[in-house]
Design a protein around this ligand. Structure first.
Ligand code: PQ2
Ligand code: NAD
Length: 233
């Protein structure tokens, strides 16, 4: 037995891809495309949908009319890939979608062809979202419906205010880096911040006002983590 973690091959590398302001090309405008578009917009990507207007479903047509996405009113053409950073293909034409995949590989563009695992650089997962919190469940292609069921179970176990607590922690961390900007304060900063997260309850973190944050920060220099009650005094 090694003292190091055992490697468990066969998984995926689960990351939080920073696609903000990057260009995502969605091929197709049906129900599956609508889901892909929402995922991309939730991550602040610039989205272009290529699909004949007659093929757009209600949700995609809405996003086009609201100018949340750009729309190219025709079937896919290779030139659509010219400035794409990522391609999400969800069309009901297997030959055309394999063509999209091949072109993406020639150009080294990361792509997901919905429903075709062998033509995916990455899979989608089932996502729970609460403010800055995202929880993604993947079954690595084994059972997408089960991924959705497990995601709902996980979400049910989370306190309702988890997202709000995380948002406040984000604000406090930002303020802390302003108070202690020096890079060699790193270890002290991290230890203190972890202490706040461990010692305060989620409810207390949610209740923390701007004024409370400024008060908490006055303890940082000493290294002490105050209690919620001390800060409220
Ligand atoms: C999680 C979710 C994310 C999303 O799409 O946003 C997602 N599929 C969802 C739903 C869903 N998909 C299917 C059903 C019908 C029931 C069933 O088959 O179970 C349902 C259920 C429903 O619709 O409720 C059919 C299906 N899907 C794939 C195949 C092909 C194959 O397996 O070979 C077939 C069979 C087609 C056929 O039989 O003809 C393939 C993929 N689907 C994936 C993701 C990737 C693997 C994720 C993982 O394993 O965790 C992967 C590999 C590639 C990809 O597309 O990225 C989303 C739930 C979101 C939510 O509700 O929260
Ligand atoms: N992974 C998943 O979660 C999942 C779930 C269900 C279905 N699917 C698969 O995803 C695909 C799309 O499903 P859907 O329900 O959205 O289908 P759909 O029929 O609602 O939509 C297909 C769309 O593709 C467009 N289209 C067809 N050929 C095109 C081309 N060459 N260029 C541009 N647009 C084109 C159509 O106009 C239409 O808007 C299917 O292959 C389906 O099997 C995946």
């Amino acid at each position: 037995m090694s003292k190091f973690p055992e490697v468990q091959g066969g998984g995926s590398l689960i990351l939080a891809w920073q696609i903000r302001d990057k260009h995502v090309l969605v091929v197709g405008g049906g129900e599956v495309a609508a889901g892909r578009i929402l995922h991309a917009l939730n991550a602040d990507a610039r989205v272009t949908v290529v699909c004949p207007a007659a093929g757009l479903n209600e949700e995609v047509a809405f996003r086009v009319s609201e100018k949340q996405v750009s729309h190219v009113d025709r079937n896919f053409q290779p030139c659509d890939l010219d400035d794409a950073d990522m391609v999400l293909c969800a069309i009901d034409d297997p030959e055309a979608s394999t063509q999209v995949w091949k072109l993406c590989k020639e150009r080294r563009i990361a792509a997901n062809i919905a429903d075709v695992p062998s033509e995916c650089d990455f899979y989608f997962g089932s996502v729970h979202r609460d403010g800055p919190l995202q929880v993604m469940v993947s079954t690595n292609g084994n059972g997408p419906k089960l991924a959705s069921i497990v995601r709902k179970k996980i979400a049910e176990t989370l306190p309702r205010n988890t997202g709000a607590a995380i948002e406040n922690v984000g604000k406090l961390r930002k303020k802390l880096r302003e108070v202690a900007p020096n890079p060699d304060q790193g270890p002290k900063r991290m230890k203190w911040m972890s202490g706040v997260c461990e010692q305060w309850s989620l409810e207390q973190l949610v209740e923390m006002s701007e004024r409370d944050m400024d008060r908490v920060l006055t303890y940082y220099e000493s290294g002490k983590v105050p209690t919620f009650q001390e800060v409220q005094k």
